[in-house]
Design a protein around this ligand. Structure first.
Ligand code: NAG
Ligand code: NAG
Length: 264
């Protein structure tokens, strides 16, 4: 009898523990999927929009459990270095996205995919962006803060600008930190507002020179081949004639050689 009671007691403790963890787990999963991201703070405005704040949390990656009814998402003052493709794919209601004050050096193609119809304001200010990847911004027509980035103004960036559908005021925020060519006077100026600068001109010039050199090379090759060909043939003809002359002179042969010499 005491043995059975002991058995029951022990097992009920185990059962109880199991039940407890089960309840806890359901609670956690429920919590994650519906109300808020684990690491962030959520609030619901009176108008019904959800705001998720993940600011200043030392995040190196974008949390994967942002609720899909989020309208405003703050990821500023973190340690994000890149925005991967499809990072916000399910956030169909997202209206405002703050990625400012991070370490962002690049935005992958398709980074903002799924946000084209909803997103109105994108803050990328105070990051480490030097170049623009137009494929990251595909379909986006919005206001963006692109200021306080170390933009590298070169032919590439200048070519990309007209392909961006962002508001002109947003593009004006691209102020050149460095430039190629370096001494063209772009530094400290907005790339959009210095329209008379042609950062591709130097590149065109070098391409032209390269083309010229290549063409000259081909030309030289063709000429030398022609010269060689003509000389070689002359030699051949001369040898042939000498051979014909050395033959015992018959009527037909001498006629032939005379025709050849007239041809030559
Ligand atoms: C969020 O996800 C749930 C479950 O997948 C879905 O039923 C709901 O329609 C989604 N909400 C939005 C706004 O996309
Ligand atoms: C853009 O961001 C900078 C720094 O993060 C801030 O000072 C500035 O007010 C912002 N501009 C706009 C138009 O939001």
């Amino acid at each position: 009898m005491p043995l059975l009671a002991d058995w029951l007691l022990r097992h009920s403790v185990v059962m109880c523990l199991l039940l407890h963890s089960l309840v806890l787990m359901t609670f956690c999963f429920h919590h994650a999927s519906t109300s808020c991201s684990q690491s962030c703070y959520c609030s619901q405005s009176e108008a019904g929009g959800k705001t998720v704040r993940c600011s200043n949390l030392g995040l190196a990656q974008i949390p994967q459990d942002i609720p899909n009814d989020t309208q405003r998402l703050y990821l500023d003052f973190n340690l994000l270095t890149t925005v991967p493709a499809n990072a916000f794919l399910d956030l169909h209601l997202l209206n405002e996205l703050d990625l400012s004050h991070n370490e962002l050096a690049q935005l992958e193609s398709g980074a903002f995919k799924g946000l084209a119809s909803s997103l109105q304001f994108l803050d990328l200010s105070s990051n480490k962006l030097m170049a623009l990847n137009p494929e990251a911004f595909e379909g986006l027509q919005l206001r963006a803060n692109l200021t306080h980035n170390p933009w590298h103004c070169d032919c590439n960036l200048q070519n990309v600008m007209p392909r961006m559908n962002l508001e002109p005021a947003s593009l004006a925020g691209i102020v050149c930190h460095t430039s190629d060519p370096a001494d063209i006077g772009a530094q400290g100026n907005s790339l959009l507002l210095t329209k008379d600068l042609d950062l591709c001109a130097v590149l065109k010039k070098t391409t032209d020179v390269a083309m010229l050199v290549t063409m000259f090379g081909w030309f030289t090759m063709v000429i030398s081949y022609l010269v060689y060909y003509v000389r070689h043939n002359q030699e051949d003809t001369r040898r042939h004639l000498e051979y014909l002359k050395s033959l015992p002179s018959k009527q037909g042969k001498s006629e032939e050689s005379s025709t050849i010499s007239t041809v030559v």
